[in-house]
Each structure stands twice: as structure tokens, then as C-alpha cells.
Design a protein around this ligand. Structure first.
Ligand code: ARG
Length: 591
């Protein structure tokens, strides 16, 4: 199983700590990569920071250590010899510094070049993963919040897939079973209409629903009729779903996202048996005719069935989680929605935990009491999408922004820029179109992914399409530049991978190589917190190091170090492409 530099060093320090402080056999090695200071100076590559916190614990038992620094020296002395380490020395009040061997770094990169980037993928302790994302609601517009869910969810799925679990499901939990059907149905007859009309129709009907109590009752009754299987209502419902689905698929196709659909309606037959099981476990109570479940730490209960007998968002999520745990045997269930739904999922998971552990006995098929034990459920929340004005994102002309329009605009802006450039003069129409799509859609995705998902995100075409800042455009340029260096050399890279050797000498070559080698540890961090922004940061740094350091100071083509430097370029391309793939961005070879 491949392991990151950090983890390999931690293993060495574990040995050394055991030998140095035998009375503390369980101490966890604290190893960190070093970052350069303000002046860009870095004295070591990694650092072990245990001495300072360990010293007060052991000073009585081991008086030979007079202070943290002398303990640090002990740890450094006991470090087992390894080909990874060039030198090890103590600094300040007891930091044990490591400088990695350049030869080892070079060999590790070369190994990756021959065995492929997959040899750097960590393994996960879970077998079956489900990522519930995108999940728009029929008839209502697929809004920018769903765009965020689609982009973040797909990236998370790609990241986890890279670790090769036994099974990974991208689940589209389409909201096709709720009030909006009743609203539309009661609003009038729906015949052939595209989603635009359907949304208009929904909007007018929704205002009637909000203002007219009779309309509201009728709408609610239609939902109950639909849920009970009335054929007339089913037919109308089918039509609405088809129209909506066609529209979603347009967005998915453009974004290169493939979801497997199991809409809310799928779980309808599973709701009554799930509620019965919960009832048997004594979780369900009556509250004014509604069936409810109380959970720890929340004063209002979760409504499992409404007083009119209808099912709601909660009912379906109870049944769908039951289905995922028991039929699909999922060990890690991930839900990607806006942070506003935090409490919904908190209550859902708590109800399942209550069911899983009743009166001290463990019931399988629900969730374990300890939230960190498998099967695990995680809610991945994200913030609002705002416009330049800091308010909720809207288009100039209307309340909402149609996703297709947004993607169209990103593409057409990129196309305009390309057409102005001399470089693209000889390109075919198709080349221009494909490149504009790659940059435009890539820019929309990257702008969203690069910020910590839990914060609000400001949507701005001008910012995301800037070719100088931290944008997909800048990154794609860096990628194209490396492609052109390799092309200009006229060398056969596959041949070089077999027979050439990578040697690190110049300090900028070393910086680039070490950053490449740190891919795995950044990836692991990004994966374990489900934070794609960490990966974006890494990719941006990679492009910066390549462009501003390596490329500016190390001549590649025509230099005596050409072979080695071409291999370093190829390693950079490989890691960059993997990052692009994980972020769902299509790389372009020329720009
Ligand atoms: N349809 C919901 C929405 O638009 C998201 C569904 C998320 N998944 C779930 N199992 N509840 O907000």
C-alpha cells in the first residue's frame, strides 16, 4: 500500500520515540512538512515536534534529558537509518529537522512515472461508498445551489474513487415526490411544455398555494393521492418528471457528470415498513395525529408522517437511509447539500443511532452509537452562492439563474477571448469550441472548488476567467506550456521514462520535485476532511512553482540536463492531470 512521505517519516520517528522514551510506548509522532518563511527560506523539508510536549511527561523518569532540546537530540540520534533521509538535526527548542535525500526523491518520482499515478493512491478502510449529490427537485428550477452540490459532490466522488473502494455510487436523490407536484397538478393541466414553462407555471401556482387555503388543501390532497398510487395522478406526475429530467441531463452532460438516479418516489414502498420497524423499536410517538421521533439535543421532533397521512422529506430520507444501509450495504454514506440542511441530517442520523442502540443492546441495520464507527454517515455542507453585491446570486432579468445559461455564458466569454488571440488563428472551429468549453466549464468548477466549501461563494465571471489569478484559466495555461516544452524537445517521452534518469541538482528542481512527491499527503488530507479546496491549493502551488521557479531558472530544451528536466516536466504533467481529473476539469494541450 503506497504511503505518503509524511507517513513514512512518521513510521521512522515512531521507532525512534520508542527507543528514546520507552515509558511512553503509545506516543504518536507529530510530523509536519516545513513551509518556507517570509523570505522564502526553508531549513528542512520535514519536522518532528514531539520533544516539547513530551519533555514535561518524562523529565522525572529520564533525568538524562535536561530540556526539550536534549530530548530532541535523543530522538534524532535514535532515528533508524533510511535511504529517505539525507540529514537530521535539531533546531530551536527541540524541533527535529529532516532533509530528504535528493536521490530518493528523484527515484520515487521516476518510479511513479513508470508505474503510473495510481501507484500513489492511498487505500481507504471502507468498501462501499455512496455520495448523494446534485439531487434537484422536479418542476422547480435547478438553481445555483444544485450546481454547487453537483460540482462538489462529483469531485468528492472522484477523489474517493481514486482510492479504489470496492464500490462507489453517485446517487441522484431527485425530489420528485413532494408538494411541488401537488402545486402543479392543482394549478391546472400540464401538457407539452418545456421546463421553462413548467417553472413559470410552478411559480404562478406556488403563489396561489401560498395565498389560497383551498388551493393549499387541494394540492396537499393530490400529493397524498399520488403517493397512494392513483393512476391519473401518476400519469401527470410522469410527464412532469420527464420534462424536468431532460433539462437536468443537459447540465450533467456539459459538466461531464454521471449520476445514478434513485428519486424519492423509489423509496415510497419502503416508507411504511421502515416506519413500522422504528415503531417496534419504540421510537415513534403520536403528536396531534402526526407520527414523530424525538432525538437527543433537539427540542422539536422529526416528523416521520404528517397528520394528513402524507409523507415528507424526512419520511423518504428515513426509508432511503434504511435502504442504503440494509440493501445496498453502504459503509460510508455522504450527503452533499447546502449547510442549511444541517439539522435535517443531524436529526436523521441521530434517529438512526437511537434505533441502532436501544436500551444498551445493539440493533444492526441502523447506525452505531459511536458516530465514528462504520457504517458512517456524513453531511457535507456548503455555503450560499452570492453575486458581486454579496447578496444571493440572481440574474439581471429574473429571480433565478438558469444553469444552462450560466454555462453558455462561461463558454461564450472564453470563445470570444480565444478568437482575439493570435495563437488560435489556425485552429478549427471544433478546436475553438472544445477549448472554450474546457476553459469555461473548468473555470466555473474551479472557482467553486477552490474556496472552503462551508463559506459563501461569490460568483463572478470576471474573476473566474482571469488568466492571471488563482483560476482554472491560469492552471490550464501552465499545463499547456509544459506540453509545449515537451513537444518542442522532439523527444519520445516513453523512451525517456524507460532509459533516461532523473537527477535533482538545482534548488528549484528540488522544490518542484518535493512538491510533486507531497501529492499523496495533500490528497489524503483533502479526502479525509472532504475538502477539495486543499487539492486546489496544492495544484495552484504546483503551477506557481513550475512557472515562477523551475521554468524561470532552469532551462530545459537544449540544456545538458535536458533528459532529467524533461522527466521532471512529465512528472509535473502527470500530477497536474490527476488533479484536473479529480476536480472534473478537462486539461487542454495547447492554448
Ligand atoms: N432535493 C434536495 C434539495 O434540493 C436535496 C436532497 C439531498 N439528499 C437527500 N437524501 N436528502 O435540497
Amino acid at each position: 500500500c503506497p504511503s505518503s512521505v509524511k507517513k513514512q517519516l512518521a513510521e521512522l520517528f515512531r521507532e525512534s520515540l520508542k527507543a528514546t522514551v520507552p515509558s511512553e510506548p503509545d506516543v504518536v509522532p507529530l510530523v509536519e512538512a516545513c513551509v518556507a518563511n517570509k523570505n522564502g527560506v526553508k531549513h528542512a523539508d520535514y519536522q518532528c515536534n514531539n520533544a516539547m510536549s513530551l519533555f514535561p511527561i518524562i523529565k522525572e523518569k529520564q533525568p538524562e534529558f535536561r530540556n526539550p532540546r536534549s530530548l530532541g537530540e535523543g530522538i534524532a540520534k535514535n532515528l533508524p537509518p533510511s535511504e529517505m533521509v539525507e540529514s537530521c538535526f535539531v533546531a530551536g527548542s527541540g524541533y527535529v529537522n529532516i532533509v530528504l535525500s535528493k536521490k530518493w526523491i528523484a527515484q520515487s518520482l521516476q518510479k511513479m512515472l513508470t508505474s503510473g499515478i495510481h501507484s500513489w493512491a492511498p487505500r481507504l478502510p471502507v468498501k462501499r461508498i455512496l455520495v448523494d449529490f446534485s439531487s434537484p427537485n422536479i418542476a422547480k428550477e435547478m438553481h445555483v445551489g444544485h450546481l454547487r452540490s453537483t460540482i462538489i459532490g462529483d469531485t468528492i466522488a472522484r477523489m474517493l474513487e481514486f482510492c479504489q473502494p470496492e464500490c462507489l455510487i453517485r446517487r441522484n436523490h431527485i425530489g420528485d415526490w413532494g408538494t411541488q407536484f401537488g402545486i402543479i397538478r392543482t394549478g391546472g393541466n400540464i401538457n407539452e411544455c418545456d421546463i421553462g414553462d413548467l417553472q413559470e407555471f410552478y411559480k404562478t401556482s406556488k403563489s396561489k398555494y401560498d395565498s389560497d387555503p383551498d388551493f393549499k388543501t387541494k394540492a396537499r390532497q393530490s400529493v397524498v393521492k399520488l403517493q397512494r398510487g392513483d393512476p391519473k395522478y401518476r400519469e401527470a406526475w410522469h410527464k412532469i418528471c420527464e420534462v424536468s429530467r431532460a433539462e437536468y441531463n443537459k447540465v450533467y452532460r456539459r459538466l461531464g457528470v454521471h449520476l445514478e438516479e434513485k428519486p424519492e418516489s423509489f423509496y415510497n414502498p419502503y416508507i411504511p415498513p421502515t416506519l413500522k420497524k422504528l415503531e417496534k423499536l419504540g421510537l415513534i410517538e403520536d403528536s396531534d395525529g402526526a407520527r414523530v421521533i424525538f432525538v437527543e439535543g433537539v427540542d422539536r421532533p422529526l416528523i416521520a408522517r404528517k397528520s394528513d397521512g402524507g409523507y415528507n422529506y424526512f419520511s423518504t430520507d428515513l426509508a432511503s437511509l434504511w435502504y442504503r444501509l440494509n440493501i445496498e450495504k453502504i459503509d460510508w454514506n455522504i450527503y452533499v447539500t447546502d449547510v442549511g440542511q444541517w439539522q435535517h441530517f443531524d436529526m436523521l442520523f441521530k434517529a438512526f443511532r437511537r434505533a441502532g442502540c436501544r436500551d444498551g443492546s445493539i440493533n444492526v441495520g441502523w447506525l452505531p452509537k459511536d458516530a465514528n464507527e462504520y457504517p458512517i454517515c456524513t453531511h457535507v455542507g456548503f455555503g450560499l452562492v452570492c453575486g458581486d453585491d454579496g447578496k444571493r446570486f440572481r440574474s439581471r432579468s429574473s429571480e433565478t439563474v438558469r444553469l444552462v445559461d450560466l454555462l453558455d455564458e462561461a463558454k461564450s466569454r472564453c470563445k470570444d477571448t480565444l478568437l482575439e488571440r493570435d495563437n488560435a488563428k489556425g485552429w478549427t472551429e471544433e478546436e475553438i469550441d472544445k477549448t472554450a468549453e474546457a476553459i469555461g466549464y473548468g473555470a466555473v468548477k474551479y472557482a467553486d472548488l477552490k474556496i472552503n466549501r462551508s463559506t459563501n461563494y461569490t460568483f463572478s465571471f470576471d474573476q473566474m476567467l482571469n488568466d492571471k489569478g488563482n483560476t482554472a484559466v491560469y492552471l490550464l495555461y501552465a499545463h499547456a506550456r509544459i506540453c509545449s516544452i515537451i513537444e518542442k524537445s522532439g523527444k519520445d517521452i516513453e523512451e525517456l521514462k524507460k532509459n533516461g534518469s532523473l537527477v535533482l541538482d538545482h534548488k528549484d528542481e528540488c522544490t518542484l520535485a518535493l512538491h510533486l512527491l507531497q501529492f499523496t499527503e495533500v490528497f489524503v488530507e483533502s479526502c479525509s476532511n472532504l475538502l477539495p479546496n486543499k487539492l486546489c491549493e496544492y495544484l495552484y502551488d504546483l503551477a506557481e512553482i513550475f512557472t515562477k521557479k523551475f521554468y524561470s531558472n532552469c532551462q530545459v530544451v537544449g540544456s545538458p540536463e535536458e533528459t532529467s528536466r524533461l522527466l521532471l516536466c512529465e512528472a509535473t504533467l502527470t500530477v497536474m492531470r490527476q488533479c484536473f481529473y479529480l476536480l472534473g476539469i478537462e486539461p487542454v494541450d495547447k492554448l
